[in-house]
Design a protein around this ligand. Structure first.
Ligand SMILES: Nc1nc2c(ncn2[C@@H]2O[C@H](COP(=O)(O)OP(=O)(O)OP(=O)(O)O)[C@@H](O)[C@H]2O)c(=O)[nH]1
Length: 228
């Protein structure tokens, strides 16, 4: 995660540790808005209309003892909004790519969405694949195994099937996102502290403290860019 994508570290008076941006993408009608509203408001909205451009909602979750704020961006799946939604990829810490298990064409479009992610998102973004509408048992067109295989082959960090209608795995989806991002961030923070401590100790015996800190940062960047 580069500096521009580091989560906002919040002042102590705001009692949460990190704020992460999560962006949902996928074909129109796969259920992105319903997933977000189920998680943030606990409702399945009747007659949900298509999203225009982008919308966002916020929810705070607990990861261990830490409060984590998720800023969840719900993008429009319709092609005509594509240029607007692309601009939201860059600052995302996690991208949730959603298809509808009862709609084969929404699964067939996944490579196109992956192309968008590769073109516009940070290359270390957390990638989650979601097959929604599992409540539509008899109407299923995409077997779970096919979703798992696609996730593995394309190096997603996590795959699960959900239902915004009956709440299957909805909380789990966003809790996984929060947990994984928090854990990644803590590892990065520990490395930064360690390198800074090493650089400070070394500089006590050296005439070039600035260079040592620069070198530590370079090492950190190269070791942190190995994800994916
Ligand atoms: N059976 C079932 N229907 C769902 C589920 N999630 C969403 N729907 C329905 O699918 C339709 C589309 O849902 P939305 O949440 O608007 O889909 P979207 O992906 O946000 O669509 P866009 O905003 O156009 O990109 C609505 O009629 C919902 O009621 C689900 O888990 N199960």
């Amino acid at each position: 995660m580069n500096n521009s994508n580091r989560p906002v570290r919040l002042h102590w008076m705001e009692d949460y540790k990190y704020l992460f941006k999560v962006v949902l993408v996928g074909n129109a009608g796969v259920g992105k808005t319903c997933l977000v509203r189920k998680f943030t408001q606990g409702i399945f909205p009747p007659g949900q209309s298509a999203t225009i451009g982008v919308d966002f909602m916020i929810k705070t979750v607990k990861v261990g003892n830490d409060k984590i704020k998720l800023q969840i961006w719900d993008t429009a799946g319709q092609e005509r909004f594509r240029s607007i939604t692309q601009s939201y990829y860059r600052s995302a810490h996690a991208i949730v790519l959603v298809y509808d298990v009862s709609c084969q064409p929404s699964f067939d479009c996944l490579p196109e969405w992956l192309g968008e992610i590769e073109s516009y998102a940070n290359r270390r973004v957390l990638k989650i694949l979601v097959g929604n509408k599992v409540d539509k048992g008899d109407e299923r067109e995409v077997p779970e195994r096919i979703g798992t295989d696609f996730s593995d082959v394309n190096h997603f960090d996590y795959f699960l099937e959900t239902s915004a209608l009956d709440a299957t795995n909805v909380d789990q989806l966003f809790e996984q996102v929060a947990t994984r991002l928090t854990n990644d961030m803590k590892v990065t923070d520990e490395r930064v502290h360690q390198y800074r401590a090493d650089a400070t100790n070394s500089s006590a015996n050296s005439s070039g403290p600035i260079k040592l800190i620069d070198r530590a940062q370079t090492q950190l960047n190269s070791c942190c860019s190995s994800r994916q």
